[in-house]
Design a protein around this ligand. Structure first.
Ligand code: IMP
Ligand code: MG
Length: 181
């Protein structure tokens, strides 16, 4: 089986993604000069983006990962968010950059932001590779956005459908018949 057969359309190629990530890395490096940058990857979707983004950042940084409950096998958010894997260390005095794959309804990040702010970091900002602004349910604005995408189900470059397609090196729209059945 070839995963490419399940993709209706490629939105961003490997080369385009590399360019987007390098531009974001440059901006973040400027903004975090002299700060205590702590990049937090929201698993699992942001794994590949995080790995590329941190190498595009030229200022010192440390990293950690957290994981929250997700869509399960569906394509629509249930709205209930829970921390499944938490950070290892205290956030006091750190300049947090929360790294997400895609900002959809915003429910997940709005919950996370509240949770992380309560741990007394020095600052907190959001960085998302993709943004689906049409779908927003809560008022949340990311500080760094790689690209806006239409209201369709996107996979690849870390993003999954039922845990599949994360290893596609590009980002594409999943054919609706794949999840309609
Ligand atoms: P939100 O809470 O609705 O903003 O959901 C955010 C999370 O849902 C993202 O971090 C993704 O894991 C997942 N998600 C939202 N839209 C998509 C999509 O089009 N493809 C794959 N995952 C998605
Ligand atoms: Mg995610």
């Amino acid at each position: 089986m070839n995963m490419r057969d399940d993709i209706a359309e490629i939105l961003y190629t490997e080369e385009q993604l590399a360019e987007i990530v390098s531009r974001m890395g440059r901006q973040i490096s400027e903004d975090y000069e002299g700060k205590n940058l702590f990049m937090i990857s929201v698993l699992k979707g942001s794994l590949i983006f995080m790995a590329d983004l941190m190498r595009a950042v030229t200022v010192p940084c440390s990293i950690d990962f957290l994981s929250v409950s997700s869509y399960g096998k569906g394509t629509v958010s249930s709205g209930a968010v829970r921390i499944l894997k938490d950070l290892d260390d205290s956030l006091e005095g750190k300049d947090l950059l929360v790294v997400e794959d895609i900002l959809d309804s915003g429910v997940t990040l709005s919950f996370l932001l509240k949770n992380l702010s309560a741990r007394n970091p020095r600052s907190i900002r959001l960085c998302t590779l993709l943004d689906k602004p049409e779908r927003r349910k809560v008022d949340i604005r990311p500080d760094y956005v790689g690209a806006e995408v239409p209201d369709e189900f996107i996979v690849g470059y870390g993003l999954d459908y039922a845990e599949k397609y994360r290893n596609l090196p590009y980002i594409g729209v999943l054919k609706p018949e794949v999840y309609a059945g």
